[in-house]
Design a binder for this molecule. Structure first.
Ligand code: PGA
Length: 250
């Protein structure tokens, strides 16, 4: 069975609630494509107006983070229940910016992944190497470690529904997209790692995105690779160009 492509925008810390609504109004006619699951991951404060603005369209609204506790004294955090109640279906977990600036680790990523599944949220689990790690030749080892820890205690049935985003840190926001060969090589290594942890059937179902300076120009070749099932798109997801990325196959 062919995997359906999934293309997600990661808005990061951009767009006020009113700007979010305006952007969705602009993008909604441009991102129609039945071959693709389309997700906009937006800042927490934009979630409710974004869901309202996206009603009746093919746009799914996702969050950029969640906390791994149900509720309580965790000032500033957002619980999975809050996301589910608002109508969120997807949540980015462990983006490299969260790891770098907000001290997230493989272990907190794992806790968040388990919590997301407990609440039927689809995690978009991020992994990726730094430039130094790539130059040291340890990219695959590093990614395998990130994946193995992220999936600790995750069942095969849950894993099948997960989305993994491979995002080389040196390609994020730099305009320096990984070559198609580099992206495919790592996405294949991730799928092989999932097959090792679980089995071939699980590996065949899980969807793996590439992220890092994806543009309308680079998307068609990237998304045509055997193990790349779509993209996680930062900068270009805030522009009409996102419509072209979603329609990479038209
Ligand atoms: P970028 O960001 O497309 O702007 O490189 C991707 C991401 O960080 O998810």
């Amino acid at each position: 069975m062919a995997r359906k492509k999934i293309i997600a925008g990661n808005w990061k810390m951009n767009m006020t609630p009113s700007e979010a609504v305006a952007l969705i109004e602009t993008l909604k006619p441009l991102v129609k494509n039945d071959d693709v699951d389309v997700v906009f991951c937006v800042p927490a404060i934009d979630i409710i107006p974004a869901i309202e603005a996206a009603k009746g369209t093919n746009i799914n609204i996702g969050a950029e983070n969640l906390y791994f506790e149900e509720k309580g004294a965790f000032t500033g955090e957002i619980s999975p229940n809050m996301l589910v109640d608002a109508g969120v279906k997807y949540v980015i977990i462990g983006h490299s910016e969260r790891r770098e600036y907000f001290a997230e680790t493989n272990e907190t990523v794992n806790k968040k992944v388990l919590k997301a599944f407990e609440h039927d949220l689809t995690p978009i689990i991020c992994c990726g190497e730094s430039l130094t790690q790539r130059e040291q030749g340890i990219t695959i080892d590093w990614i395998r470690q990130q994946i193995k820890i992220a999936f600790l205690n995750v069942t095969a049935d849950q894993a099948k529904k997960a989305v993994i985003a491979y995002e080389p840190i040196w390609a994020i926001g730099t305009g320096k997209v990984a070559t198609t060969e580099q992206a495919q090589e790592v996405c294949k290594a991730i799928r092989d790692c999932i097959a090792e942890i679980y089995d071939e059937a699980t590996a065949a179902e899980i969807r793996i995105q590439y992220g890092g300076s994806v543009s309308a120009a680079s998307a068609p070749e990237l998304f045509a690779q055997a193990d790349i099932d779509g993209g996680l798109v930062g900068g270009a997801s805030l522009k009409p160009d996102f419509g072209k990325i979603v329609n990479y196959n038209k």
